[in-house]
Design a protein around this ligand. Structure first.
Ligand code: WT7
Length: 653
C-alpha cells in the first residue's frame, strides 16, 4: 500500500464563537442500538478503555486467542521504543508468532466457526440488475483455485503482485489468494492512469499484474486492459518487464484465466528505486481491523455491512475485506457510483440487501445533500442502525443531514478518525455507548492513548488545542516506511520525541471530546492570528447556497496571508455579488472579522484525489495563477483545474 495521497479536508468544528461548546447539542445513542450493544454504556467503554491502555498485553493477548497462529509468540507480547532520543524507533507485537491472514478470514470462519454457507458478499454491479452473491465456502474455494494459478506462475512468499481491478468479487479473490501464498498485494485503484499504475508496479517491483478487461463506471466505459497494457509497455521501456499478466474477463463475466503474458523474460533484479509504502504487519493489523470492526460497527452475526470505499484504499482493505471477513460478516460489495442510474442508488441498495451498518465519506454525504431529501426518503432505510464516516472532518451541517435524513434520527453516527498509517480506527464513538456531538470523532478506541501537545511539546490537559499525538502503540500501527526507516522516524516521531505524531490539529472540549481541526499544514496565519481552514469552510457550507468549500492561504502584502475561498454552489443557486457579501458576513459573524475572506471564487468542481480529498496544494497554485502545479497525476478530474484557472478572482472583492 502506498503512502497516503495528499491530505486535506473540509470544514468541521462547531459554528459558534469560543465558549460555545456547551451549547453544542449532544445526541444519546439510540436505545435500539444500546440494547444489544457489545459496549452498552459510556461507563463500560471507560472501564474497557482503561484496561486496554494500562494492560495492553493482556487486553490484546485475550483477543489474539480468537485467531489461528501457526506458531505462537515465543517472547514478550509487546516491545517498543517511541522515543528517537533513546535510539531506533521500533514496535513489535507478538514478535516471532506466525500466521496467515487468509487462513484466519476464510478457513477459520468456514471450518472452526462453521459459517461456510453464510454469505460473505452480496455483489451489486454498476447496473442495478447485475448482482451475485458468494458464500464463505465458495470464496475459500475460489481463493484456493486462484492461489494455485498464482503459484503455477511462480509466485512465492514475499513476491509482489499488482492488482488493478474494479470492485468485483474477483478482486477480493485475487487479494486473498496473494495473502494465502504470503505474497504482497499492491492494489492500485482502477481509476488511476497507466502512468500511475506503472509507477506503482516499479515502486515495489511487482512480478505479476492482475487486471480486468473492462468495466463501466456509471455511464463511462473504462477499457482497463488497454490502460494495463500501456502501463506494462512503460515498465518494459524502463527496463522492468513484468513477467505475467492475468486478465479477468469481467464485461463478459467469464472465468478467470491467464492471458498471454506480455513478456516471458524474468524481471531484471535491481534495487527498488524510491519505494514509499506504509508497512503493516499481518498479525497486528489483523487483530486491530477485526477488533475495530466488531466494536465500532457493533457487529452482530445477522448484520449486513456496507463500506462504500474502493478496496484500493486502506479503508477498503480494512473494512471491505479483512475486518468484516475476520468476523464472519456479510457485506455488500458495490462496483458502481452513488449517482448512477440516479442519485438515490445508495439507498435503493440499502433497502435491497437490508443493510444494517453503512460506512462512507463526508464528501459523498455532501454530494448527495445537494440533491435534497427526497432521493433518500423515497426509500425505507428501516434496516439501518449505524452510519459511519471517514476521511476528513465532517462538518456539522453534513453530520446533521446524515443523522436526520439518512438515519431518520434513530441511527448512531460513528465519525471515525484514523489514517493509512494507523491501520484502523483511532478516535471514534462506539454506537451503543457514546453520546455524539456533530463534528467530533469523540473518544479514543481501545488501546489508543491520545494527547494534545503545544508547540514546545508539552502535554495539554483539559480544554486545549494543539497537535494530536499518540503516546503508546496499538497493534495496527505501521512499522516502517518500506526501504526507508529514516523517513518513518522523521515523519512520525521526530517533532515530538516519545510520541507518534499524526500531523493533525485537534481540540479537546470541556467534556473531553476530541475535535479534529485539520492537517497542521493547512493552518492559516492572518495578521498573526492562527486560523484553521476547517472552521472557515464549515462556516461557508452552513450557507444554504453552498454545497462544498475549500479555503487556502494567499500571500497578502499587509496581513501576511489572506483567505482565498473556493465555493461550489448547490443546485439552483447562482454566484452573485450579493452572495459574496452574504458569505463574508456569515464568516464575520461565525468566526470574527479577522477571518473575512479577500477572495471568493465560484468553483463548479474542486480538484480532489480519487479518495475524495481536496488538493489544497493545487488550489493555492490556482489562486496565485501559478501553472507549475507539480505532480497532478492523483487528481480525479483534471478538467476542473483549467476551469478554475479560467475563473480566477483578479481583484480583491
Ligand atoms: C487523514 C488520513 C483513514 C482512511 C481514509 C483516509 C483525515 C480521516 C477523519 C475524521 C477528521 C479525518 C486526517 C487524517 N481524517 N478521518 N473522521 N475526522 N479527519 O486515510 O489518506 O491516510 O488520511 O485524513 O487528516 O490524518 P488517509
Amino acid at each position: 500500500m502506498g503512502l497516503p495521497e495528499e491530505r486535506g479536508r473540509t470544514g468541521s468544528r462547531e459554528q459558534e464563537e469560543a465558549g460555545a461548546q456547551s451549547r453544542v447539542q449532544s445526541w444519546s445513542p439510540p436505545p435500539e442500538v444500546t440494547r444489544s450493544a457489545h459496549v452498552p454504556s459510556l461507563q463500560r467503554y471507560r472501564e474497557l478503555h482503561r484496561r486496554s491502555v494500562e494492560e495492553p498485553r493482556e487486553f490484546w493477548g485475550d483477543i489474539a486467542k480468537e485467531f489461528y497462529w501457526k506458531t505462537s509468540c515465543p517472547g514478550p507480547f509487546l516491545q517498543y521504543n517511541f522515543d528517537v532520543t533513546k535510539g531506533k524507533i521500533f514496535i513489535e507485537w507478538m514478535k516471532g508468532a506466525t500466521t496467515n491472514i487468509c487462513y484466519n478470514v476464510l478457513d477459520r470462519i468456514v471450518h472452526e466457526k462453521k459459517l461456510g454457507d453464510k454469505i460473505a458478499f452480496y455483489w451489486e454491479g454498476n447496473e442495478p440488475e447485475e448482482t451475485t452473491q458468494i458464500t464463505y465456502r465458495e470464496l475459500l474455494m475460489q481463493v484456493c483455485r486462484f492461489s494455485n494459478v498464482l503459484q503455477k506462475q511462480g509466485i512465492r512468499k514475499g513476491d509482489r503482485v499488482a492488482i488493478y481491478m474494479p470492485m468485483i468479487p474477483e478482486l477480493v479473490v485475487a487479494m486473498l489468494a496473494c495473502a494465502r501464498l504470503g505474497a504482497l498485494h499492491s492494489i492500485v485503484f482502477a481509476g488511476f492512469s497507466a502512468e500511475s499504475l506503472c509507477e506503482r508496479i516499479l515502486d515495489s517491483s511487482c512480478s505479476l499484474l492482475i487486471t480486468t478487461d473492462a468495466f463501466y463506471r456509471g455511464e463511462k466505459l473504462v477499457n482497463l486492459k488497454e490502460l494495463a497494457d500501456e502501463a506494462l509497455e512503460k515498465c518494459r521501456e524502463k527496463g522492468f518487464p513484468v513477467r505475467c499478466c492475468i486478465v479477468v474477463k469481467h464485461l463478459g463475466r467469464a472465468e478467470m484465466g491467464t492471458s498471454d503474458s506480455p513478456s516471458q523474460s524474468p524481471p531484471i533484479k535491481r534495487p527498488c528505486p524510491d519505494v514509499q509504502g506504509v508497512v503493516h504487519t499481518v498479525g497486528g493489523y489483523m487483530l486491530y481491523v477485526a477488533t475495530t470492526f466488531k466494536y465500532v460497527f457493533d457487529f452482530h452475526p445477522e448484520d449486513v455491512f456496507w463500506c462504500t470505499a474502493d478496496i484500493g484504499w486502506i479503508t477498503g482493505h480494512s473494512y471491505v475485506t479483512y475486518g468484516p471477513l475476520a468476523n464472519g460478516a456479510t457485506s455488500v460489495l458495490f462496483e458502481g457510483i452513488p449517482t448512477y442510474p440516479d442519485v438515490s442508488r445508495l439507498w435503493s441498495i440499502v433497502d435491497k440487501y437490508k443493510v444494517t451498518k453503512f460506512y462512507t465519506a463526508p464528501t459523498a454525504i455532501r454530494l448527495l445533500m445537494k440533491f435534497g431529501d427526497e432521493p433518500v426518503t423515497r426509500h425505507s432505510r428501516a434496516s439501518l442502525q449505524v452510519l459511519g464516516t471517514v476521511g476528513e472532518p465532517i462538518n456539522p451541517e453534513a453530520w446533521l443531514w446524515y443523522h436526520r435524513v439518512v438515519g431518520a434520527q434513530r441511527c448512531s453516527i460513528v465519525d471515525t478518525f484514523w489514517q493509512t498509517e494507523t491501520g484502523g480506527h483511532m478516535l471514534t464513538p462506539l454506537p451503543g455507548a457514546t453520546p455524539m456531538k456533530p463534528g467530533s470523532a469523540t473518544f479514543p478506541f481501545f488501546g489508543v492513548s491520545p494527547a494534545i501537545l503545544n508547540e514546545s511539546g508539552e502535554e495539554l490537559e483539559g480544554e486545549a488545542e494543539g497537535y494530536l499525538v499518540f503516546k503508546q502503540p496499538w497493534p495496527g500501527i505501521m512499522r516502517t516506511v518500506y526501504g526507508n526507516h529514516e523517513r518513518f522516524e522523521a515523519t512520525y516521531f521526530k517533532k515530538f520525541p516519545g510520541y507518534y505524531v499524526t500531523g493533525d490539529g485537534c481540540r479537546r472540549d470541556q467534556d473531553g471530546y476530541y475535535w479534529i481541526t485539520g492537517r497542521i499544514d493547512d493552518m492559516l496565519n492572518v495578521s498573526g492570528h492562527l486560523l484553521s481552514t476547517a472552521e472557515v469552510e464549515s462556516a461557508l457550507v452552513e450557507h444554504e447556497a453552498i454545497a462544498e468549500a475549500a479555503v487556502v492561504g494567499h500571500p497578502h502584502p499587509v496581513k501576511g496571508e489572506c483567505l482565498y475561498c473556493f465555493v461550489t454552489l448547490c443546485d439552483g443557486y447562482i454566484f452573485s455579488p450579493t452572495l459574496i457579501e452574504e458569505l463574508k458576513k456569515q464568516i464575520r459573524e461565525k468566526i470574527g472579522p479577522i477571518a473575512t475572506p479577500d477572495y471568493i471564487q465560484n468553483a463548479p468542481g474542486l480538484p480532489k484525489t480519487r479518495s475524495g480529498k481536496i488538493m489544497r496544494r493545487v488550489l493555492r497554485k490556482i489562486a496565485q495563477n501559478d501553472h507549475d502545479l507539480g505532480d497532478t497525476s492523483t487528481v480525479a478530474d483534471p478538467t476542473v483545474i483549467s476551469q478554475l484557472f479560467n475563473h480566477r478572482c483578479l481583484t480583491i472583492q
